[in-house]
Design a protein around this ligand. Structure first.
Ligand code: GDP
Ligand code: MG
Length: 138
C-alpha cells in the first residue's frame, strides 16, 4: 500500500468537476483516506510549489492555485503514486491520453484540473503540507 497527495485544482472545482474526478479515483482502486476544501493564500501556494520557484511559470501558477477553493486529498492503494499519475495524464491536456482526467477536465497546461505527487519523497512532503497524522483515516 502506498499513499499520494492529490489536489483537485481551483479550475476543476469552479467548473463543477469534483464528483467526476473523485469517481475516477474510487473506480480505479484509489481510496480517499483524507480530504478537505481549502482556499490557499499566495504564500501557501508558493510553499507547496517551492520546488518550482525558479521556473518562469511560478508566479502565474501560484496566483492560479490561490485564486479559489481547491481540494487536497490523500489517496491510498497499490502503487498509488504511479496509478494517480496515470489517471491524471500529461501536464498539458492537449498531450494527455484519451480517458485521462486532464484530457477530460483540464482547461490548459496551467489550469490542468489536478495535482499528483511524482515520487515517494514528494508524496511525504506534500501529504504533510496539508494533513497531520490524525487527519489521515486509512
Ligand atoms: P505536473 O507534475 O504534471 O503537475 O507538472 P509540473 O510538476 O511540471 O508543473 C507543476 C504545475 O505547474 C503543472 O501542473 C501546471 O499547473 C503548471 N505548469 C507546468 N508547466 C507549465 C507551463 O509551461 N506554463 C504554465 N503556465 N504552467 C505550467
Ligand atoms: Mg509535478
Amino acid at each position: 500500500m502506498e499513499r499520494t497527495l492529490s489536489i483537485i485544482k481551483p479550475d476543476a472545482v469552479a467548473n463543477g468537476h469534483i464528483g467526476n474526478i473523485i469517481k475516477r479515483f474510487e473506480s480505479n482502486g484509489l481510496k480517499i483516506v483524507a480530504m478537505k476544501m481549502i482556499f490557499m493564500t499566495k504564500n501557501e501556494a508558493q510553499g507547496f510549489y517551492a520546488v518550482h520557484k525558479d521556473r518562469p511559470f511560478f508566479d502565474s501558477l501560484t496566483d492560479f492555485m490561490s485564486s479559489g477553493p481547491a481540494i487536497p486529498m490523500v489517496l491510498e492503494g497499490g502503487n498509488a503514486i504511479a496509478k494517480n499519475r496515470e489517471l491524471m495524464g500529461a501536464t498539458d491536456p492537449k498531450e494527455a491520453a484519451e480517458g485521462t482526467i486532464r484530457r477530460d477536465f483540464a482547461v490548459d497546461k496551467e489550469k490542468n484540473a489536478v495535482h499528483g505527487s511524482d515520487s515517494p519523497e514528494s508524496a511525504a512532503f506534500e501529504i504533510g503540507y496539508f494533513f497531520n497524522s490524525l487527519e489521515i483515516l486509512g
